[in-house]
Design a protein around this ligand. Structure first.
Ligand SMILES: Cc1cc2nc3c(=O)[nH]c(=O)nc-3n(C[C@H](O)[C@H](O)[C@H](O)COP(=O)(O)O)c2cc1C
Length: 217
């Protein structure tokens, strides 16, 4: 049975969505079974309508399944994506994460590899602060944080962020370029490969439940 990776993201105008797709492709290329999920939008329609790109993106991604807590329980590993919001993760993603207290208490989030990626308007607009802020959650979960580091030339070619793939959208609002998408694909592949190293190719469907039982015994 293939290792299971959940790619869970929030994106208002589509940049993080493109990164999430690339991370998904990378993890799938390594042999993982991948669920790509968007978290629920929380902003009021009046705010969304102030930005036509935001409204358009919401309408274009209705078909993407919404993340649920079951996705967190199902996954052997996670990749989280968020735009930078005042140097921190988007509230929409945090709201989803903040529903995971029950799973955390049961030990069902622990020992899972996790990685994160982001997009910001400015090159120095807080990408690293956002990823490090998200990592606080991972410490509480007892996750195995899998940063890209400089483990592949793709990282330097995409601007050199060892904390996680980071797109700079800038005034033109352009989506991620080929180098950034390649770094995101690499990040997904690395996450899946590390998970396979941890669990083995022939992961038992009951392995995570057995672990949870052992931990609570
Ligand atoms: C409320 C708000 C706060 C933001 N804060 C930052 C910020 O701190 N630094 C930055 O560079 N960009 C900031 N941005 C810009 C977004 O992070 C950027 O446009 C990002 O690429 C959007 O990703 P998305 O297309 O996936 O929504 C902010 C945008 C909004 C709406």
């Amino acid at each position: 049975m293939a290792v299971q990776v959940a790619v869970i993201y929030y994106s208002a105008t589509g940049a993080v969505r493109e990164l999430a797709q690339a991370v998904t492709e990378g993890a799938a290329a390594a042999g993982a079974q991948v669920r790509l999920r968007r978290v629920a939008e929380l902003a009021p329609g009046s705010a969304i309508d102030q930005n036509p790109l935001w409204r358009r993106h919401i309408e274009a991604t209705q078909a993407v399944a919404e993340a649920t807590l079951e996705d967190l329980a199902w996954a052997d590993a996670f990749a989280f994506g968020t735009p930078t919001r005042f140097g921190a993760p988007a509230a929409q993603l945090k709201q989803f994460i903040d529903q995971a207290g029950g799973l955390w208490r049961e030990g069902r989030l622990a020992d899972k590899p996790v990685t994160a990626f982001t997009s910001a308007f400015n090159r120095h607009g807080g990408s690293e602060a956002t990823l490090l802020s998200l990592a606080n959650v991972f410490y509480h979960w007892g996750s195995l944080i899998v940063p890209p580091g400089f483990t592949d030339p793709a990282i330097s070619e995409a601007g050199g962020n060892p904390y996680g793939t980071s797109h700079v959208s800038g005034p033109a609002g352009a989506g991620p370029d080929a180098a950034t998408l390649a770094a995101a694909r690499y990040q997904g592949r690395r996450l899946a490969e590390i998970t396979i190293r941890l669990l083995g190719e022939g992961r038992s469907p009951d392995a995570s439940e057995a672990l949870a039982v052992a931990r609570n015994a």
